[in-house]
Design a protein around this ligand. Sequence first.
Ligand code: KIV
Length: 255
Amino acid sequence: MSITIQKLIQYKQQQRPIVVLTAWDYLIAQLLDDSGVDLILVGDSMAVALGYQNTLPISLSEMIYHAKAVRRGVKQALMVVDLPFMTYQESVAQAMHSAGRVLKETGATAVKLEGGYPEMVDTVARLVRAGIPVMGHVGLTPQSVNQIGLRQQGKTQEARNEILQEAIALEQAGVFSIVLEHIPADLALEITQKINIPTIGIGAGSDCDGQVLVTSDLLGLSEKQPPFAKVYTNLRQTITQAVGEFSQEVREGKF
Ligand code: KIV
């Protein structure tokens, strides 16, 4: 049975932790889906796989191209696609157009966008009213890297209040879930207790309703990982070793 938005909300009520990972192509999507991951995110962290320095250069066409491949590998998980930088911030009409393209062309169930009160709240409400499910993302929002860097957010009382209010406003606007990135664990817990939709943490402690990692970080494929990522295996080393063995066998005429 495939995972629906209603099921994720039930998981929160049942206190069943939600597993979220990113996928950018068919092969990884298929592996994650077969492993029972609840939600597969085509995140704009895909920037690292395309050789960009940060998430800002990624285009909507690139996201859609990769999301279509992911879709072909996903049978059970809920699939969400990030709206990239400057494809939704300009106006509600722009957000509607971008999100509509994502859903129509990729077959994803929902879009994710960064930011909260007050700018994004209206946009979210309009998207949701048009039948487009939206996942929110507050705290460290990497599309604002030029303004806030990649530092932990919510360190002062004022910043904590702002993030909490953003999460509440996004819930009221209709998001079905919110990513909490790189904020203090006690703030993530407070938000998780105050809202009725699932919170998905990344660098936000273990008290969120679910956890997300960028799959290339988990697999040790990324050149460098953020401080809060946990690396479960070292695929860079495994691949380098396999390629080395192949090269040696070819050069020695053994293969
Ligand atoms: O782009 C991404 O992969 C994300 C996750 C880190 C939540 O937004």
